[in-house]
Design a protein around this ligand. Structure first.
Ligand code: NCD
Length: 304
């Protein structure tokens, strides 16, 4: 019974092919017949979510499971119940898997220690968001014509991830998977929003021009104000001026570069409308692919 806790431990090639099988299946039968909802999958969300939650709920239904969504405000968590006790409770009720989003780094590992059902990390604090990393990778894999995923198929591609790197679990999971596939990863943010120490698998810069120069892939990230200590960002206007992904800034990138964003987007802050809605944007493809990838990951986790 595999847990899905970090990006590095994902069987990437297997999951890309599973996601692709789900995409093909759903393209052929947009409303597939689903088996009766005999199995339960719990979605335990201690932080807000739209895309991730909706995709996991759909994935559960596609796999013939009933999604049981529990949000922190509307559960016994609000009465002081610990994560471990909530997980034990769901196990006692026979759920087959628990999808967990939590503000604390390492919460999925803590949950995994007391759970008989697989735990799927749907984002833990500023740490990891492995299924987002995987759906971004899948989106690029489709975009580049499904190269052999066992190879370093992103070799020679430059990826610029621009935004609140310090607090971004998306940046971390993406960095792992993109560099594993051979991409040259650049992480770009104002100095206060960059990691403190150098990283083995990425270049760090606070110069957006340097990050975007000849980039094939540009990924914008939301400012994670809910995780920021006060004073880390001097002004939103200065951020827009120096880091917003807009038409002018993208001139430094390759003409055929693609633009990504995990959402939610703060339009006019980290990305301009014309780029978010423009022809180079893969943003809605990412959202769509999120369903296939969550179906793949859940299918993998539910393997006996
Ligand atoms: C991200 C998250 O929650 O980590 N969103 C998502 O899952 N699509 C990014 C964010 O909140 O900015």
């Amino acid at each position: 019974m595999p847990h899905v806790l970090t990006a590095a431990e994902l069987p990437v090639a297997d999951l890309l092919f599973r996601a692709e099988a789900w995409r093909q299946r759903l393209l052929a039968h947009p409303s597939p017949p689903v088996p009766p909802h005999a199995r339960m999958v719990a979605l335990l969300f201690y932080e807000p979510s739209t895309r991730t939650r909706a995709a996991f709920e759909q994935a559960a239904v596609l796999l013939g499971c009933h999604p049981l969504t529990i949000t922190a405000e509307a559960s016994s968590v609000a009465k002081g119940e610990s994560l471990q006790d909530t997980v034990r409770t769901l196990n006692a009720q026979g759920v087959r898997a628990i999808v967990l989003r939590h503000p604390q780094v390492g919460a999925p590992q803590t949950a995994a220690q007391v759970s008989d059902a697989p735990i799927l990390n749907a984002g833990d604090g500023a740490h990891e968001h492995p299924t987002q990393g995987l759906l971004d990778l899948y989106t690029l894999w489709l975009h580049y014509g499904k190269p052999d995923p066992e190879t370093r198929w992103l070799r020679g591609r430059k990826v610029a991830i621009v935004g609140d790197i310090r607090h971004s679990r998306v940046a971390r999971s993406n960095r792992v998977l993109l560099s594993q596939a051979g991409a040259e990863v650049w992480l770009c943010a104002p100095p206060t929003l960059l990691p403190d120490a150098p990283l083995p698998d990425a270049h760090l810069t606070h110069d957006a021009e340097e990050a975007l120069q000849n980039a094939d892939i540009v990924m914008a990230l939301r400012l994670q104000t809910e995780r920021m200590a006060q004073g880390l960002l001097p002004s939103l206007n200065a951020y827009r001026r120096d880091y917003q992904i807009n038409t002018e800034r993208l001139r430094a990138a390759k003409p055929d570069c693609v633009v990504m964003h995990p959402g939610p987007i703060q339009r006019g802050v980290e990305i301009s409308d014309e780029i978010a809605d423009g022809e180079r944007s893969l943003i809605l493809a990412q959202v769509r692919n999120g369903v296939y990838v969550r179906a793949a990951v859940l299918e993998y986790a539910l393997m006996e």
